[in-house]
Design a protein around this ligand. Structure first.
Ligand code: SF4
Ligand code: SF4
Length: 696
């Protein structure tokens, strides 16, 4: 019957030492994670935690099935991680079984399950997962060091330590088995199907040499295992625990809404200036990063050479947080040491420790630069791709809030934006009274002139861009033409409409946002609309997802959804040859796609015109921002290359004759882009409403 001697060549002293090491590992793990937990709890209160069951399900799915890790485009990386994770888990369980057999089952119960069929299956499985573990590690070495991806250039030292220890453990595990098989001439050797060929190569070596090599390998394996487990709580490996914890805690209530500052009039402190200003759930984000770099893949700032790199922001703040708490946090966090603590007053004349430096460094300025904070377009590409649900955008906006509302430090262009929003209710210098001028020419009526607003099917929320910008007024006119053709009774708020508040909110001016939002909510409540249709995804998102925080709950649809509905119901007929500009590429606006998951409606509409549309390489949840979100449309793009040009060049590189969009900000960014790139004669920029209106 196949079996083996447990603890061959391992003395009782060595076994005792091993248990001592296990105790040390357990204590260090418990201490490390308790310190992390206590560090998080220094943040502001957060809670209560709702939907515990659903949260738990998602956290476990991420931890054990790698649900967000294995996705289209990330199959290699997902499988790599799965092999390493499950390889380690199964080998760990295998070791526990050995100890259970050696120290409990045999001595106390005279029972052994380490024989016969169980033993055969156990060995076959252990060898399989040991091999997968090694394959996963070699895949990681290839990805990190040989593929030379730009996103991994700065994250190599922590990776090298972790991969080095894991590889050593995997290889010495098989070597131990091979040495034993060869020295003991084990008859069941072939069931150790990975270690067996190696043991054949060792046959002929003197058994005493094999035993000596086995003892050395055993000790080095034990010590490496201890080093690994001691390293877990202070390195990127902490994500094994903190990643699923972050998934468990993520915001589930308002996917596309920023957190509301309640009773803003009564507040004396706004946003985040120092770590403790974050709530404790937000602090967990900074500890959860697994350094995979997926947040960089579609980030417009990283891909156009700007200072903001979402992974670096999270890792640097995490290192800063842990060093302030006196917890070494791996080799990451060069900025704290590089900062030299500008302007700080260290009392020690000696070289300051990293903890001292971190204590004296400021969150904004030393660890995160203001340029980084203002570069973000809030496009959400980072959040969408992050396997452990780190929520970069709310963290960035919290810091913007402090800069704007407390320190009055923000880009000069925003002074004009805030002043115009306050005075005119729009981001420009146009008087509020001229908001509906375009409508008079287009024959669109304002609500104030409608005798019975309850008869209206929808209120068309035009938004500032389409109300005042001549190019986008053509889009508003096209949508009005479509609604009229479909027999939809509608009107606009006109002079009663103000900016939805989106640019103010994303720029950190929550106070101004709430004033604008409350004014609009009062107006809309007055008219009790059955439905609101918005042609601007930023307005659509704000009205739909953020106004409910202030008591304004309305049914809001985007114009792409309404047009699709009208076509599907037969109320609107579009001639297929509508596209006069040829077959166009469709660009997903971030606030329509990633924020609200409206991917199909505009595509359905584009499919009704001749030739359909061209799908861009970066599309749907991987769409690339046009550069306008997060109030960036109102700021100069001074750093790196232009985001809109990056996107346009991608579209120009396809067979498309132009780019179709569903957002007035995208229209403006791309119109400017085609002129700057000198392709306006051959590459069109059109909103889907214009395309459909052509075919009526
Ligand atoms: S929201 Fe967009 S621009 Fe901002 S960090 Fe994330 S991916 Fe980059
Ligand atoms: S923030 Fe998320 S996506 Fe970015 S490197 Fe960290 S874990 Fe990966």
């Amino acid at each position: 019957m196949p079996t083996r001697q447990i603890g061959w060549n391992v003395s009782e002293v060595a076994f005792a030492a091993m248990y001592l090491l296990v105790a040390v590992q357990a204590l260090v793990l418990a201490y490390g994670f308790t310190r992390r937990y206590l560090t998080w709890r220094r943040g502001r209160p957060y809670g209560p935690i709702d939907q515990v069951g659903e949260r738990l399900r998602q956290a476990l799915a991420v931890a054990f099935v790698h649900r967000r890790l294995i996705r289209p485009g990330y199959v290699y990386a997902g499988l790599m991680h799965l092999f390493i994770f499950w390889g380690f888990v199964v080998l760990f369980i295998g070791t526990l079984i050995v100890l259970l057999e050696a120290d409990i089952a045999r001595p106390y119960f005279g029972f052994s399950f380490y024989q016969g069929a169980f033993y055969v299956v156990y060995k076959l499985v252990i060898n399989l997962f040991g091999l997968l573990f090694l394959i996963g590690l070699l895949m990681a070495v290839y990805r990190r060091y040989l593929q030379k991806l730009p996103k991994f250039r700065r994250s190599l030292s922590d990776d090298a330590i972790v991969l080095g220890i894991l590889l050593f453990l995997g290889l010495t595990g098989f070597l131990l088995e091979a040495l034993r098989l060869s020295a003991t001439r084990d008859e069941a050797a072939p069931i150790h199907w990975v270690a067996y060929p190696l043991s054949l190569a060792l046959n002929g070596v003197d058994p005493s040499i094999l035993a000596g090599a086995h003892a050395v390998t055993w000790w080095s394996h034990m010590l490496a295992n201890t080093a690994l487990l001691v390293y877990v709580p202070v390195s990127k490996l902490a994500h094994i625990v903190t990643g699923p914890t972050n998934v468990f805690l993520r915001a589930t209530d308002a996917r596309a809404a920023l957190p509301l500052i309640k009773n803003i009039e009564e507040q004396e402190h706004f946003g985040v200036a120092k770590l403790d200003d974050f709530n404790w759930k937000q602090l967990v984000n900074f500890d959860a990063c697994m350094r995979c770099g997926r947040c960089l893949d579609f980030c417009p700032t990283f891909n156009t050479g700007k200072p903001l790199k979402p992974r670096q922001l999270i890792v640097e703040v995490g290192a800063y947080m842990n060093r302030r708490a006196g917890l070494f946090a791996g080799p990451a966090g060069p900025r704290i040491s590089e900062a030299g603590v500008r302007g700080s007053e260290l009392t020690s004349p000696d070289e300051p420790s990293l903890a001292q430096v971190a204590l004296a460094a400021d969150l904004i300025g030393d660890v995160v630069s203001e340029d980084e904070l203002w570069d973000c377009t809030t496009c959400r590409a980072c959040m969408e791709q992050c396997p452990v649900r780190i929520e970069h955008v709310p963290l960035i906006v919290e810091m913007r809030r402090n800069l704007v509302l407390e320190q009055s430090r923000f880009p000069q262009e925003l002074v004009l934006l805030f002043n115009n929003l306050e005075r005119n209710g729009n981001p420009y210098s146009f008087p509020a009274s001229s908001r509906a001028d375009w409508a008079a020419a287009a024959g669109v009526q304002e609500l104030s002139a409608v005798a019975d607003p309850s008869e209206l099917e929808v209120i068309y929320w035009v938004g500032c861009m389409s109300s005042f910008d001549a190019r986008n007024q053509r889009v508003a006119t096209a949508l009005a033409k479509i609604l009229t053709a479909a027999g939809v009774k509608f009107a606009i708020l006109g002079k009663e409409e103000s900016c939805s508040g989106d640019p103010a909110r994303r720029a950190g001016n929550e106070y101004l946002y709430q004033i604008l939002a409350q004014t609009n909510i009062e107006r809309l409540n007055q008219y009790q609309p059955k439905r609101v249709v918005a042609s601007c995804p930023h307005c659509f998102n704000t009205l739909k997802n953020e106004y409910p925080q202030l008591g304004g709950t309305f049914e809001v649809v985007h114009h792409s959804q309404l047009i699709q509905e009208l076509i599907d119901s037969g109320r609107l007929r579009v001639a297929p040859e509508a596209v006069r500009d040829g077959r166009m590429a469709y660009h997903d606006p971030c606030y329509l796609g990633r924020y609200n998951q409206v991917y199909d409606a505009p595509r359905e509409v584009m499919n009704r015109v001749e030739g359909g549309f061209v799908e861009l390489p970066r599309c749907r949840d991987r769409g690339f921002c046009c550069g306008a979100g997060g109030a960036r449309a109102f700021m100069e793009e001074k750093r790196g290359t232009r985001i809109s040009h990056n996107r346009l060049n991608e579209a120009i590189g396809t067979e498309a004759s132009g780019v179709a969009v569903a957002c007035p900000f995208c229209v403006t960014m791309f119109e400017d882009g085609v002129r700057a790139l000198n392709v306006e004669e051959r590459f069109a920029v059109r909103d889907i409403a214009e395309i459909v209106a052509d075919g009526l």
